[in-house]
Every structure is written in structure tokens, then in C-alpha cells.
Design a protein around this ligand. Structure first.
Ligand SMILES: O=C(O)[C@H](O)[C@@H](O)[C@H](O)[C@H](O)COP(=O)(O)O
Length: 234
């Protein structure tokens, strides 16, 4: 049974402030305990106001590495690039923003390259922060041909390449994504969603757990750590 703790907000500003505060606490605690922090941040639109607040916080950024939970296989200057948003949001803080995507027509090779890059990092992440799509995907773990590989990858495998089918309308490109094992290795897992529809979907995924038809339910079902869910009504 997934142990989920829900935090609910009516006001987007309160949501952004609370999540930025939690992430900042994780970064500070990690640097205090281990001299460095590694956080994995999601793409999408929900996190953007949080990134803006977080980047203003006085944190040990120079001892912090930021990776995308997943990224699209596009040029870094593309609007679709997650690492581009992370660089725009956090490079000015002095944090290291660590790209994982390479342009490769063979998504499996792109996945191998991304995994090799992450093998160079001190693991596990102090935080994996996830969003969720209206189809229940999380990171770039989608239902479809690559789901089992992302779910069943061994603990040593940190990223895989995927080509969702159908390609998601908001970013119809192949991707690399953290595997379930990599997500669950995190010291802390945090999920942010907005709107009633996604709340109901995530509640169902959590209730269904390993039997969920939604990727996020399958990912979180094996979690041993409690999952903090921040939901903004608006
Ligand atoms: O690369 C991505 O698109 C994200 O990692 C993805 O998993 C995102 O978190 C969800 O699609 C939710 O996106 P919104 O926050 O925009 O709803």
C-alpha cells in the first residue's frame, strides 16, 4: 500500500511557496549531512512557479546538482527541452544543471548514453520530484511499448530511452526517463499536481497500486518511503 501524505492548496502562490520550502529543506539537509545534494526535477508547467520561488531561496546551490527526471530528445535550445527550463531557472544560482538527453534516432542508445551520464553521479538522489499527466504518466514513463522496460529495469539502471506510442501531443518526441528503480531509490519522493481531474486520477492510482492501469500507480506501488503529494486546486 502506497503511503501518501496529501497537502492541498486553493491558492497557487501558497502551493508554490510550500513546495519551494520543502525542496529547499531537502537541499539544505542533504548538504548538511553529506556535503552535497542531488535533486531530480520534472518538466511540464505545474512546477514553473515553484522553480521561480526556489531559485530565489538562499540555499547551498554551489553544492547542488539538478537533473531532469526525464527529457525530450531535442536540441537544448528547443522549447520542448526540460533541461533548458532547468538551466534558465537555476544556472544563475550556481547549481550544476546536468543534461541527460542526446539527439539519437535510436532511443535505446540515447537511453544508454543518459544512463551512463547518470552513473557518474553520487547516487541516490536526495529528491525525485514527479508530475503526472492526464493519462497517468509520470516522468516519461507512459503506458505502451516501453512501460515494462521502465518498470522492470534493474536497480542499477538509472535511465532508459522511450518512444511513447502514441506520442504525447504536448511534446510528440522520444525521451529518456528515470526508471522506476531510480525513482524509488530517492531519499524523498514528492509529487505535484493541479486540478480536480488529476487529484481523482492520482487517488485512484494510489488505491489500485501495483494493479493500477496508470503508470504512476505502478511506479509508486513499490515505494518504501512515504510519498508527499502537493495538490493545487486551481
Ligand atoms: O517531461 C515532462 O513532460 C514531465 O516530466 C511530465 O511527466 C510532466 O510532469 C507531466 O506531464 C505533468 O505536466 P504538467 O505539470 O504540465 O501537467
Amino acid at each position: 500500500m502506497i503511503e501518501a501524505e496529501w497537502w492541498e492548496y486553493d491558492d497557487p502562490a501558497a502551493f508554490a511557496e510550500a513546495v519551494a520550502g520543502d525542496v529547499g529543506f531537502i537541499v539544505e539537509s542533504a548538504v548538511e549531512a553529506r556535503g552535497q545534494s542531488l535533486i531530480a526535477l520534472p518538466g511540464g508547467s505545474t512546477p514553473r512557479p515553484v522553480f521561480a520561488r526556489l531559485a530565489e531561496a538562499r540555499l547551498p546551490w554551489k553544492k547542488t546538482t539538478i537533473i531532469p527526471t526525464d527529457d525530450r530528445l531535442v536540441e537544448v535550445q528547443s522549447e520542448l527541452s526540460n533541461v533548458r527550463l532547468l538551466a534558465e531557472s537555476f544556472l544563475s544560482t550556481g547549481a550544476r544543471v546536468f543534461p541527460v538527453a542526446t539527439i539519437n534516432p535510436d532511443v535505446k542508445l540515447a537511453g544508454n548514453a543518459a544512463d551512463a551520464r547518470l552513473q557518474d553521479l553520487s547516487w541516490p538522489p536526495d529528491l525525485v520530484w514527479l508530475g503526472m499527466g492526464e493519462d497517468g504518466h509520470t516522468a516519461s514513463i507512459f503506458a505502451g511499448p516501453d512501460l515494462d522496460e521502465a518498470l522492470q529495469a534493474p536497480k542499477s539502471r538509472r535511465m532508459v530511452g522511450v518512444r511513447p506510442d502514441p506520442l504525447p501531443a504536448e511534446a510528440p518526441v522520444p525521451r529518456v526517463t528515470l526508471t522506476r528503480a531510480a525513482i524509488l531509490s530517492a531519499r524523498t519522493i514528492l509529487v505535484t499536481i493541479a486540478g480536480e481531474k488529476k487529484k481523482a486520477l492520482l487517488e485512484q492510482a494510489i488505491a489500485d497500486g501495483a494493479g493500477s492501469r496508470l503508470p504512476i500507480g505502478r511506479v509508486l506501488a513499490e515505494a518504501e518511503q512515504p510519498i508527499d503529494i502537493h495538490w493545487c486546486r486551481a
